[in-house]
Design a protein. Structure first.
Length: 360
């Protein structure tokens, strides 16, 4: 499988350090479309947009933003990050993304997840106690819809029986569906058993700590007879870029601390971020990819090599930064980081082919 590099975003709307005010939701969505168009022009492989239902993120319906982007781009793959399956109808999910595919044939993907925030459960009338069961049942239904034009679904606790009904529109090829995971062993094993690609959110600790999990995923998939060449492993990590490494590190602390401190108020296992903790996270063995192009590219290469990743999403940014600075970061990523990482792996693959040829 080829190496791919993408960008992810949640359309963040946290207060800017420069003004103390948050950008409006409508402006952030418009800016996000500009960012996707720029990423497409720079030949970045993929752009993934998350779903949230809270004030500090502008995107609650990623499929609508992706549809707008599909009509204005030519090359880039467009994905959710994630589609929160427990609180949405799998039939509607397929119909929406199949419709987007009409604007961007073969470039649309679905990243399915439970949702790291849980506000959608109350909002849409679901019981949080069914968090896992809702996801599993709806994921199985979505996978079935993607495979078969005529759906026969026996129904379950959370999905209705569907007796030989067509689901339309259809795409020319199945829509690529992956599962997003924070690193759960159960999720890893189940995804591997289903033969579905996986995307790990690596946002804390040392990224290389995920190596046993990825090894487990591939071993389970192989054991049950799945084709690993059709099961790429991806990762998503926070990051930031500037031509000046020190400036990138300094300016990214404020938005990162802002978001981490807010989440720490909502989740008992999170704590507020100190500057020393931040410096450790952006350091060589940390999970945040911040600096100039050389620093970030080398860190991505290390993570992809050690973990055996096929795709890497750099989340630009994790909390609000001025739009012109985000565009600059995307430009550095597309013009300098992506080519350097791809050239590294191309040379590695070429050397491997030469060695094989020499042995033959």
């Amino acid at each position: 499988m080829s190496i791919e590099l993408g960008i992810s975003s949640f359309g963040e709307t946290t207060p800017l350090k420069t003004t103390g005010k948050a950008i409006s939701h409508d402006q952030r969505i418009q800016d996000l479309l500009d960012e996707i168009i720029l990423a497409d022009e720079l030949k970045i492989d993929a752009f993934a947009i998350g779903e949230h239902h809270r004030k500090d993120f502008a995107v609650s319906a990623p499929e609508i933003v992706l549809a707008a982007a599909a009509a204005k781009t030519k090359h880039i793959h467009l994905s959710s990050a994630t589609t929160n399956l427990p609180t949405i109808d799998p039939i509607r999910v397929y119909e929406q993304y199949a419709t987007i595919d009409a604007f961007a044939p073969g470039r649309v993907e679905i990243m399915a997840g439970r949702g790291s925030f849980t506000e959608a459960f109350d909002l849409f009338g679901y019981n949080i106690e069914n968090y896992d069961d809702l996801f599993i049942e709806k994921l199985l239904m979505l996978l079935e819809i993607d495979k078969h034009e005529i759906l026969d679904w026996k129904g379950g606790k959370f999905t209705p029986k569907v007796d030989h009904k067509g689901i339309y529109p259809r795409t020319q090829k199945p829509i690529p569906i992956s599962v997003a995971s924070g690193g759960s062993i159960n999720s890893t094993i189940r995804t591997a058993e289903l033969g579905v690609p996986i995307v790990y959110a690596i946002i804390g600790g040392n990224p290389l700590d995920f190596k046993p999990m990825i090894t487990l995923y591939r071993e389970v998939a192989k054991k049950v007879g799945h084709d690993l060449s059709k099961m790429p492993v991806s990762a998503h990590s926070w990051g930031w870029l500037n031509q000046d490494k020190d400036r990138a590190i300094k300016e990214y602390f404020y938005p990162t601390k802002l978001l981490v401190d807010q989440i720490s108020k909502e989740r008992p296992h999170w704590t507020g971020m100190t500057y020393d903790q931040y410096l450790e996270s952006v350091g060589e063995n940390g999970a945040i990819f911040v600096g100039d192009s050389e620093t970030v590219a080398n860190k991505i290469i290390k993570a992809m090599e050690e973990l055996g990743l096929n795709r890497f999403y750099l989340h630009l940014p994790i909390a609000s930064m001025p739009h012109e600075e985000v565009m600059n970061a995307i430009k550095i990523y597309g013009e300098e980081v992506v080519p350097k990482v791809k050239e590294h792996f191309k040379k590695k693959e070429d050397k491997k082919r030469l060695n094989v040829k020499w042995k033959d």
